[in-house]
Design a protein around this ligand. Structure first.
Ligand code: APR
Length: 308
């Protein structure tokens, strides 16, 4: 791939750009931010690490989108964090405005791009990007499931004292609180988790995963998680840039899958060179289906706050 753009040079965006460059997923990574000098400064600093880390991906920074023209993938992390006194509704409206302007620029300069949405609330911001760009669902995908799953897997690994590499897990639905872990699919080296841990311990790990974002916010004092979120976004970028056909939990625009239509929700997706190459339907128990429906309702509730 020639060019990948990361929009937002904050914690998530800058870390994502660094990971993309270090893995040489494109010839060039462009980092865009409205802050004067910040994307250029971070990009130059990253590029100066290239001789040490040994990558040839050029990292550049910009305030406008001319330099991003022809990017194959955009990782969108631009946004405001919720500040004290700001309601969730205010945040949705503010980030909607940001994502609207970013989406217009993407469609203008890179009409064939694939968008990986990270800005929260990501299911709804992905909807804004899709509506504003007019891109098909193959080219607008949200990052959340990989992060929720990674948190769940890391907690299971700590609990059992085994390698994270051997843990497979699937999480559906919205991000965080309303996520729907499909416990029947969780395995450790192929062994169902239910044979290794009691229901109570599994439930405790699920609960910690649900609140995983909040746990980091509390520890940091200011700001929110960015190492794991950027890793999740870059896994999606890699699947696309290297046409890996990976099966990953991502937020996809549903068109009847799981009996749901017209919203972004976390589901198992196949990602390759053309973006979303398929949505895979898993058999769900009645309780899981009900939880997924509730998660969809929560996303729809936030969608209603958006004025496009
Ligand atoms: N265009 C480009 N960049 C913008 C714009 C815009 N219109 N508006 C704001 N930004 C930039 C800010 O200047 C800031 O540098 O977005 C960046 C956001 O960075 P941080 O505040 O550090 O936030 P971060 O922790 O990176 O999180 C970004 O990802 O995981 C989600 O919930 C998180 O929505 C948040 C997003």
């Amino acid at each position: 791939m020639d060019k990948i753009t990361v929009v937002g040079a904050g914690h998530v965006g800058a870390t994502a750009a660094q990971r993309i460059a270090e893995r040489e997923l494109a010839r060039e990574v462009v980092v865009v931010d409205i802050l004067e000098g910040v994307p250029q400064g971070k990009a130059l600093d990253q590029w100066e690490s290239a001789p040490v880390e040994g990558f040839d991906t050029m990292v550049t920074g910009a305030q406008d989108y001319e330099q991003t023209a022809g990017s194959g993938v955009f990782v969108v992390t631009a946004g405001l964090a919720r500040k004290p006194g700001m309601s969730r509704d205010d945040l949705v409206q503010k980030n909607t405005e940001i994502i609207r302007s970013v989406s217009e620029a993407i469609a203008r300069y890179s009409p064939d791009a694939i968008i990986v949405m990270v800005t929260n609330p990501l299911d709804v911001m992905a909807y804004v990007a899709k509506a504003v760009t007019g891109f098909p669902r193959e080219r607008v995908i949200g990052m959340a499931g990989i992060l929720d799953t990674a948190r769940f897997r890391s907690f299971i690994a700590m609990e059992l004292d085994v390698s994270v590499e051997d843990i497979q897990a699937l999480v559906l639905g919205g991000h965080g609180d309303s996520m729907v872990p499909i416990v029947s699919t969780v395995s450790v080296g192929g062994i169902p988790l239910t044979q290794l841990l009691s229901d109570e311990r599994i439930e405790a790990l699920v609960e910690r995963t649900r609140k995983g974002g909040g746990e980091i916010v509390k520890l940091l004092g200011t700001g929110s998680a960015y190492y794991a979120p950027s890793a999740g976004a870059v896994q999606m970028v890699e699947a696309i840039a290297r046409d890996k056909k990976r099966v990953l939990p991502c937020a996809a625009w549903l068109e009847g899958e799981y009996g749901l239509d017209g919203l972004f929700l976390g589901v198992p997706c196949k990602l390759g060179a053309t973006g979303l190459e398929g949505v895979i339907e898993v058999k769900l128990s009645d309780a899981e289906r009900e939880a997924l429906g509730a998660s969809a309702e929560a996303v729809r509730g936030t969608m209603e706050l958006v004025q496009l």
